[in-house]
Every structure is written in structure tokens, then in C-alpha cells.
Design a protein around this ligand. Structure first.
Ligand code: HEM
Length: 223
């Protein structure tokens, strides 16, 4: 039997990897700090602003980032996603360089819920001493509703994160080590013709993150 020759290709650029692991750390901190005392809540809000800037960056990167980070290369129809899921259950799933069709929909869902989480946080209040920076712009009834969404949505986010981690483990059991690629940026694939696209230059990421950070800072400082 001849061993299959593996080709190493670039998949996740540095900005996408930094986004992912910062997201994991920030979410853990936001979980720990939410509902803490006033000093901890001040850090909870700062971490939320940082997360919002990173999310806006990732959305922009989904249009101008490296090929496998772009939405148009991994957002599939629900039918394709179901088909992939069925093939995965039979152990016949193809290897994807970007997110697989099911994973791509999960990524979209997580980004949408994370955006909802950070935006509702801007209006949230504990009705005593802690208020998001845009809380003054809505009525107290609206603020209470947005605060409830902020609380429930976090539980939903934790469920999606748990499913996401289970999916990564399931792929590992099928000998597809996805996590390594999210660390090194590279995948080893048994296809000598797999494309190895260059990454989008890092200065573009620096410009975009500077822009989204400035936008969020302006919003929370002057609104
Ligand atoms: C709070 C927990 C987590 C959240 C919210 C989260 C969220 C995400 C998101 C949004 C992406 C898409 C990245 C992008 O395209 O920019 C992603 C991808 C990925 N995540 Fe996570 N993640 C979490 C934890 C983890 C952990 C603990 C691992 C590994 C053990 C992991 C491994 C991966 C991998 C391997 C991918 C790429 C999947 C693929 O190849 O399609 N994630 N994650």
C-alpha cells in the first residue's frame, strides 16, 4: 500500500486566527465578569467594546480577507449543509479547505448572536448603577427588554459554542485535525492539486481594525 502524499496549504491567515482565539478568551472573561460588582462590570463593558470592534473587523474581513476567510467561499445553502451532515454521519464527508458547509452556517450564526450580544449590551442596565453607554437613548421599557435579550442570548451563545467544540472533537475523531489549522494557519490535504492562495496583506487588517476600533470608541464616548 502506498502512503498518500500530503500537500500543505495556507487556509487561516493570522488576523482570522487572532480573531478566533481572542474571541474565545473574551467570551470566557465576559462570562466571568457579567453580573459582577461595579469595578468588574466596568471591565465587562470594556471587553464588550473590544469584542464589538473585533466582530466588525471580522465582518469586513469576510469581504476583503484571505480567500478562505471570505463569506462567499464558505456560506452554503441549508440543503448543502444537510447533505454534508449526512455524509459526515456515514464517514464520507469531503475535506474542505475553508469551513465545511455545516460549519459555515454555524460560524454565521455565532457571529450574528455575538453581534446581537454586544449591541444589546450597549443599552443594557441593572436599573441601579450600571448602564451601557447608549442606555440614555431608549425608554426604560426598551432598555429592560434589551437587557433581557442580552441575558438570554448569552445562554444561546454558550449552547452554540458547546456545539461548535463538540463538532471540532467529532472531526478529530474522524482524523480531521481542525484545531491545528486554527493554530498554524495550514492544513495538510491528500490532494496534490489543492490551491495554496496567498494571504491578504497584514497591513489591510491593521487598517480595518484601526477603523472599527475608532468607530466603536467614538460610539461609546460621544453617543
Ligand atoms: C467560546 C468558544 C468558541 C467560540 C465562540 C468560537 C467561535 C468560532 C468562530 C466564530 C469561528 C469562525 C472563525 C472565523 O472564520 O473567523 C470558529 C472556527 C473554529 N474554531 Fe472556534 N470558537 C470557540 C472555541 C473553540 C475551541 C475551544 C476550539 C478548539 C478546541 C475551536 C476551534 C475552532 C476551529 C478548528 C475552527 C475552524 C473550523 C473549520 O475548520 O471550519 N473553537 N470558532
Amino acid at each position: 500500500m502506498t502512503a498518500t502524499k500530503l500537500k500543505t496549504v495556507r487556509v487561516w491567515d493570522l488576523p482570522t486566527r487572532l480573531f478566533h482565539w481572542s474571541l474565545v478568551l473574551l467570551l470566557a472573561f465576559l462570562w466571568y465578569s457579567g453580573g459582577g460588582d461595579e469595578a468588574l462590570m466596568a471591565w465587562h463593558m470594556r471587553a464588550g467594546y473590544l469584542l464589538l470592534a473585533l466582530l466588525l473587523f471580522r465582518i469586513a474581513w469576510g469581504f476583503i480577507g484571505s480567500p478562505w476567510s471570505r463569506f462567499r467561499n464558505f456560506v452554503a445553502t441549508p440543503r448543502t449543509a444537510i447533505d454534508y451532515g449526512l455524509r459526515f454521519l456515514r464517514g464520507q464527508q469531503p475535506i474542505h479547505l475553508t469551513h465545511n458547509p455545516l460549519g459555515g452556517l454555524m460560524v454565521l450564526a455565532m457571529l450574528a448572536l455575538l453581534l446581537l450580544q454586544t449591541l444589546t449590551g450597549l443599552f443594557a442596565t441593572d436599573d441601579i448603577s450600571i448602564h451601557g453607554p447608549l442606555n440614555d437613548h431608549v425608554t426604560s421599557a426598551t432598555a429592560r427588554m434589551l437587557t433581557r435579550i442580552h441575558n438570554w442570548n448569552f445562554d444561546l451563545l454558550l449552547i452554540l459554542a458547546a456545539l461548535h467544540i463538540l463538532a471540532v472533537i467529532a472531526h478529530r475523531l474522524r482524523h480531521e485535525p481542525l484545531t491545528l489549522a486554527m493554530i498554524t494557519g495550514r492544513k495538510n490535504v491528500p490532494d496534490p492539486n489543492a490551491p495554496d492562495h496567498p494571504y491578504t496583506p497584514i497591513w489591510k487588517a491593521a487598517l480595518v481594525i484601526a477603523g472599527t476600533a475608532t468607530l466603536v470608541w467614538t460610539l461609546v464616548t460621544f453617543a
